[in-house]
Each structure stands twice: as structure tokens, then as C-alpha cells.
Design a protein. Sequence first.
Length: 247
Amino acid sequence: MEMVLRKEGPPPYYLFTSFKGKELIHGVFTRLGGFSQGAFASLNVGHTVGDDPAHVEANHRAIYRALGIQAEEVVSAHQVHGDRVAVVSLKDGGRVFPQTDALISRVPGRFLLLRFADCVPVLFYAPRQRAVGIAHAGWRGTLQRIAVKTVRAMEEAYGCRPEEILAGIGPSIGPCCFEVGPEVVEEARKAFPAYEGIILPGEGGRSYLDLWRINELQLREIGVLAIERADICTFCHRAEFFSHRGD
């Protein structure tokens, strides 16, 4: 399955095919269709990167209009490449959770927002419990099994069974471009000794890490069956997505 690009009215955004048609509002936005200028052009939603705050707020409003939601319904987090998962309640509308890299909820009218620029977005939906989750899985979060911990949190909080959960692995830096040093290679091999094909050799002794595959294998290992991968590299598609390495 491939993600579907929705272009009606700026800004455009992608939808996971497996999530589409469900009683669920979701979107993976690109860098297009916003108000920011220069290096931040144009749909930057990060408040801490030096962009004009007025432009950042305008970009948020554009996203909320596209999804038909309100700012006070949105819950976000200060992402730190850790493994903390926060459970969102009704009273958390408008809140930014400190030092958090995953959010889960089953409260109607509460929308979860995280920001990415090469790190892996992993989205979750459990139709029976009407529960959702989102995880920020950079290489540190991936090695700390943030995606697995998000599923476990959905199990504990809502009784979700892994085999019932739909997962989507969104656009992020791909194995074609994510060059890592020997220390990261060693950490990955220690963390996942049984995983094959996660370290890819390159020219001149270079090594590349496949974060898509690692997150997929982690999820399959705990029983998640329905996993949709975007397989879109943000470094390769820098005109469409923000890329921390590329920019």
C-alpha cells in the first residue's frame, strides 16, 4: 500500500491508506503550503529553530484548517529523542508535554501533534478501542524501542491487542541516506542482534542504518500485523519535506 497525497486546498498532506476511511482524522504534512521564509520555507511548525513566531503560528492554523480542528484541541510534546510515552486526557487540550516522544489517546476531540525532520513518525490506530498513538523514532528513540513502548502503553491504558493495531511508518530519512558512524553501528547490533539487513554497507567503508526496517521488525516481533510503510526518504525529497541532515 502507498500513502495518498491529498492536495485539496493548502497545505497538502499524506494519508495512510490503511487508516483512510476509518473514523479517524490524520495527516502527515510536508514542508509545502505555509508562510515561513528562507530556510524555513514554508510550513515550519517548530517554535525553537529561529523562525518568525508569527509565521509558525500561521502555519499551525493552516494545518488545523486543513484538518477541520481547533488549536485548543491539539496536544503536543517537547521532543527529546527519549522513550517517554504520555497518556492524553480530556483536560490536556492545548498542552505541550515536557520531555516526551510519544503520545496516546482515545479521547474524541483531542488531536496529537509531533514534529519531524528526518526522524521516523510512527502512527498507531486501534479501531476497536478507538485509540490512537504517535511516536517520534529517531535513531536514539528507535534503539530505545519507542514504537514498541507506545504499543505497550496502548495495551496497558486501553486494552489494545497488538494484532488489532494498525501502524504507519511515515516519511523519514531512508537507508539510502542515513549514514552512521561505527559507534551507532555497534549500538544497533547490540540492541538488535537477531535483526538482519539493518546495517547496509556503502562505498569507502561507510555504513547506513535502516530505521524503517528496524521499527517494522520491532513491531512485528510483538505481534503488530498491519504495518504500512511510506518508504519516502526525506533527505532524497528535500523539496517536499524538511530534512535535518539535508538542510
